[in-house]
Design a protein around this ligand. Structure first.
Ligand code: NAD
Length: 494
């Protein structure tokens, strides 16, 4: 049995993090901002915010620390990640409670995220060795040998959102560290503890050498400073398409590698021969899990007319059984939206779509930051609920007459993150799947599918073609370095 299997995190020293950020240790910040409990709005902790100068100092220190980390045996780096994975795999009730309060997740989602986050760490540990293997290449000159290595990019800036704060941060931080980079992490202002300072502390417990991970809470200005810091050679951004464009533009001007993982408006195609009850259960889960606040949530249910009535009835039945309320209660299945701005966006999209001719088959109600699971029918292209990413617990149903129309409407979006198709005939489902424009397509499942070793990412307005997961992460967080050797030394005419 490995010694890491009994590892357990100690009590959270949250009070010691007050007013601090993590950069070569826990340091006091000149600026502070409260992080709030989502459901009650009560302040949880005044967290330090990184200024531009904090970011500059962190980037310079990271650049100093990185080469010796990259020079370590891959197994040593892997061991740090394995220790962190073991610690996170058994989160204490106190830690899960913090996660629920700060992120608004219900208990089941919190537990799912800790499991997924530990999975990211364990999968990243496996990448440390893979990055080191050199490729012997053929030179057209007989007296020249050529070798190409994947080498770390150096200092990587990671900017993350609040909706899966721990897992999405680790999806970049863990593989970046595994292959020998240093990291500057800028968590979202809604979740600076569970998406930021917690990671600093976790890696401290796991024995990561000082100077390799800097956690720099703050808003867009802090994010801009991360993108612009001269030592940062790559930016891994996860968030909205609007902010991703700004980050990608600036990184492009500075000729930095940039990976952007952005929004989605994912189609769930339900074929004529589908098991209606099973399809509706999949669709309901895909739209209502974490109150719809997932980039890979089911955005649009595209359903064949012959089964649409039964499908909507089943969806409504499931929506009305869900328990909506305080995420701290272990029975709650649908918790609050992250903030007032997000709630208003969801309400506006539903209201505008109804004004445009759609109907509320169930839900539509909101109280505090809670938005009840909602089923919208008669939704067509041109209505906001069809055209936009909602990021709320709204199942948008569009009825189609045949497979051609289903494929055409599923693809009628600028996004291209995930898609899914459900039907009894595997042949028919595979044919439809092959025609859906998305980075990830799932057959006989809904769209919320993510495993740490599988390539995750989208096309179009969902991303710039990069992927996370397994070999894809090695490719993102390293670059080729070619070494040639000429024997005897090559001579030139002048
Ligand atoms: P957001 O884009 O507003 O914020 C995300 C992060 O970017 C935050 O840390 C924020 O402070 C920072 N930021 C914002 N503007 C910036 C700028 N100009 N420069 C540098 N940093 C900046 O995201 P949000 O709306 O809070 O998050 C939800 C969005 O994220 C949704 O659109 C969702 O689909 C998307 N998302 C995508 C994925 C994916 O893997 N494709 C995963 C989760 C969420």
């Amino acid at each position: 049995m490995s010694p890491t299997q009994h590892a357990r995190l100690p009590a959270l020293p949250v009070k010691e993090w007050e007013g601090r950020l993590f950069s070569g240790g826990w340091v006091s910040a000149a600026r502070r901002a409260d992080t709030l409990e989502v459901f009650t709005g009560k302040p949880l902790l005044a967290v330090g915010e990184a200024s531009e100068s904090d970011v500059r100092q962190a980037a310079a220190a990271a650049a100093v620390a990185q080469p010796s980390w990259a020079a370590r045996a891959p197994e040593e780096r892997a061991e740090v990640l394995r220790r962190a994975a073991a610690l996170l795999a058994q989160p204490t009730p106190e830690l899960v409670g913090w996660f629920i309060r700060e992120s608004g997740a219900v208990q089941a989602k919190a537990e799912m995220e800790f499991g997924a986050a530990a999975g990211e760490l364990a999968a990243a540990a496996e990448l440390a060795q893979g990055a080191a293997a050199p490729a012997e290449l053929h030179s057209i000159q007989p007296d020249r040998t050529a070798t190409a290595n994947r080498v770390p990019r150096g200092v990587v800036g990671v900017i993350t959102p609040w909706n899966m704060p721990l897992m999405l941060a680790l999806r970049s931080v863990a593989p970046a560290l595994a292959v020998g980079n240093a990291v500057l992490l800028k968590p979202d202002p809604n979740t600076p503890v569970v998406g930021g300072l917690l990671l600093a502390w976790l890696f401290e417990q796991a024995g990561l050498p000082n100077g390799l991970l800097h956690v720099l809470p703050g808003g867009a200005d802090t994010g801009t400073a991360v993108v612009e810091a001269p030592e940062v050679r790559m930016v891994s951004f996860t968030g909205s398409t609007a902010a991703g464009r700004v980050v990608a533009r600036r990184a492009g001007e500075l000729l930095k590698k940039v990976a952007v993982e952005l929004g989605g408006n994912n189609a769930f195609v339900v074929l004529q021969d589908a098991d209606v009850e099973a399809a509706a259960a999949a669709g309901a889960w895909g739209s209502f899990v974490h109150s719809g606040q997932l980039c890979i949530a089911v955005g649009r249910h595209i359903v064949h007319r012959s089964i649409a009535e039964r499908y909507v009835a089943a969806l409504v039945d499931k929506a009305q059984r869900l328990i909506v309320g305080d995420p701290s209660s272990s029975t709650t299945q649908v918790g609050p939206l992250i903030n007032e701005r997000q709630l208003m966006k969801v309400r506006d999209i539903v209201a505008d779509t109804v004004t445009a001719g759609a109907h509320v088959a169930y839900g539509g109600k909101a109280e505090g930051l809670l938005h009840w699971p909602t089923v919208l029918t008669d939704v067509r292209p041109g209505m906001r609920a069809f055209d936009e990413e909602i990021f709320g617990p709204v199942a948008v149903v569009t009825v189609v007459d045949d497979t051609e129309e289903a494929v055409s409407l599923a693809n009628a979006t600028d996004y291209g993150l995930a898609a899914a198709v459900y039907g009894r005939s595997p042949e028919a489902a595979r044919t439809v799947a092959g025609r859906l424009n998305a980075g990830m397509v799932h057959i006989n499942d809904q769209t919320v599918v993510s495993e740490p070793q599988l390539p995750f990412g989208g096309t179009g307005c969902s991303g710039n073609g990069g992927r996370f997961g397994g070999r894809a992460s090695v490719e993102e967080f390293t670059e080729w370095r070619l070494t040639t050797e000429s024997t005897p030394p090559r001579r030139y005419p002048y």
